[in-house]
Design a protein around this ligand. Structure first.
Ligand code: SAH
Length: 196
């Protein structure tokens, strides 16, 4: 059956709509999980005068991206074969958005997943780095064990955020089963200029 919803969109689509509203042509953005590269390509088109930093620990993912992508359209993409928990070593500018598509790469090695410990480190560092008015978006997959632990720890982290600096929401697909991925969106107060 061909299924189409205009409002309750797929997570990836919903996120793209939000990013379109927030990101300017010269912004710096981070794709914390390159994976199949779809988000990186989308972001690259949103910031023709800016830059996309894309991380992946799997060299395979980076190589595949380079092979499959027209290099002319990804001039503004910096590919980083390292963990996003080291974000501050590679990204010196303040990003307007940082996105995480967690879990494992479909069609790839299912044992290589993002992990709670490193995800949390990256999220904390990323929130610190974000521009005022910037966004962090995470798609959290809870269908595997690491994902369940990630969800628990991310929800704890969100609860502990400084409310003067951050506001967050979760989007759950409540008509789907409990293992369906959900979205966390964290926005940094546009008036905030200090240290978190
Ligand atoms: N679950 C998503 C795709 C996630 S891809 C979906 O179904 O569409 C997640 C990517 O994150 C993988 O390519 C994996 O190699 C990468 N990854 C895992 N740990 C990482 C880390 N610490 N830093 C950067 N990338 C990481």
């Amino acid at each position: 059956v061909f299924i189409m919803y205009k409002v309750v969109k797929k997570a990836t689509e919903l996120i793209q709509d939000i990013l379109k509203d927030v990101i300017n042509e010269d912004d710096i953005v981070v794709d914390a999980t390159l994976g199949n590269g779809k988000d990186t390509i989308f972001l690259s088109q949103l910031v023709p005068y800016g830059k996309v930093y894309a991380f992946d620990i799997q060299e395979r993912a980076i190589k595949k991206f380079i092979e499959d992508t027209d290099m002319n359209i990804i001039k503004n993409v910096v590919l980083i074969n390292s963990g996003h928990e080291h974000i501050e070593e590679f990204v010196r500018e303040k990003p307007k958005a940082i996105i995480f598509n967690l879990g494992y790469l479909p069609g790839g090695d299912k044992d290589i997943t993002t992990k709670a410990d490193t995800t949390i480190v990256a999220v904390k560092k990323g929130l610190e780095m974000l521009l005022p008015g910037g966004l962090m978006i995470l798609i959290v997959y809870v269908g595997h064990e690491n994902g369940k632990e990630e969800a628990v720890q991310l929800r704890e982290l969100v609860k502990e955020l400084n409310r003067k600096v951050f506001s967050a929401m979760e989007i759950n697909y409540s008509s789907k089963d409990n293992n369906a991925p959900f979205i966390i969106i964290i926005e940094k107060n546009d008036n905030y200029r200090g240290h978190i």
